[in-house]
Ligand binder design. Sequence first.
Ligand code: C2E
Ligand code: CA
Ligand code: CA
Length: 444
Amino acid sequence: FPYTTLFRSALTGLANRKGLELALGQALVHCSTSSTHLALLILDLKRFRHLNHAYGVSIGDRALQQAALRLKVALPQAIGIARLQADRYALALSLPHPAVASRPLAEQAIARIRQQLAAPLTLDGHLLTLDVRAGIALFPQDGQDVPTLMIAAEAALALARSDGSEHLRFADPELAQRAQRTAGVVAEIRRGLAAGEFVPHYEPIVDLTTGDIRGVEALARWQHPQRGLVSPAEFIPVAEDMGMIEALTSALLPQICADAARWSAAGDPRGVSINLSARELNAGFVERLAEALRHSQLDPARVTVELTETAMVENPEQALQVLQVLKCLGVTLSLDDFGTGYSSLSYLQRFPIDNVKIDRSFVAELPHSRRARQLVGAILSMAHELNLGVVAEGVETQQQARLLAEMGCPRQQGYLYARAQSASSLSRQLLDIQGQLYGLRLAA
Ligand code: C2E
Ligand code: CA
Ligand code: CA
């Protein structure tokens, strides 16, 4: 089993996702030639997020290490015991029995794991108890290759998670079918990345007090050779779940920075906002961004990074560190989709956030819903108190635009002004937009 750092999780010493995929691939070859069966188990620790939150990340890390050790003790015969990410582990068991006996054997394995984990664990005087949930996919019935099995097991785990009382879930045929489809999308995304089909489009952000375009938000688009322009709603979630979001960002960042640097060299003062997934709020992103900035010679002061609260909830200590480093780089930080998630004021206070973006679901209900008006009003006065900038997104009508401006939110974006478009068509359209804006401002 290849145990170089490329294939290993540094924290736990277990294999990582790549390591597991390699080991699983070899095991499947063996299973096919010897007509044996196999169970792939993907596990996550229950209440780990809570534990991390309550006791801090150093205790969280040690709990992860202990869990890794106990997994090895529980099932020494397992193939490729791995830590996939955060509190998610995976392992495979070869099953010499015919398919009918596969399920009871997998169930026994989970019982053994839970028994090992249940032994009390004391870290820095805190008594912790560990437990897992599992998603299980069986070879050959739930999938015959590594990606399909992985997706089937992940999907089963997601179902176990959504039903809080369940400890394990087996993949079923419907899940398997869906998994097959996802595996297809994953392969397509890989191909698209290699072919350079992912490009940024840009949506203007306007300021009604000056009638100017303040900047643009970069939004990923997939120029698919058969399907045309594909929306990020289709590929970002898959890329996030399947560990490909970093590759996608690596493809987009240099293009975005190069476009913005070109505008800047042409004397255009506008900045660019970049969306960051919760999953990639880590040191790797900082390096990728710093590299793209260096290479394009774009002034970091022109860059805003948009992130959602999820990023901060999952791993607050790491998030804080990364955000501080980003601030040191000189970029602006904006909290996206504000009002839809946890919207905890403590995040705004603890983290070096500069702006919030009012989610388009609130804007969509303006001006008719009183509740939406009150919420937007509350966000605006809170932002004012905390000295935060505010941008409203999803502005589609003149009425919404005017009401928001009257309420004290002149920075807006949305279909009223322009849809996201390629860098080349943007420059042509900007003048028109600017003209429209002028009309709006004078009318207001
Ligand atoms: P988001 O960051 O909230 O982006 C705003 C979304 O609202 C965009 O959808 C935009 O096209 C859409 N929108 C803008 N104005 C209006 C409007 O007036 N009405 C309506 N109904 N919609 C409007 P899009 O481009 O489909 O992006 C969806 C989401 O995908 C984004 O939501 C963002 O979370 C994610 N995303 C997009 N590009 C990237 C990327 O490069 N990296 C990452 N990590 N996520 C991205
Ligand atoms: Ca955004
Ligand atoms: Ca948003």
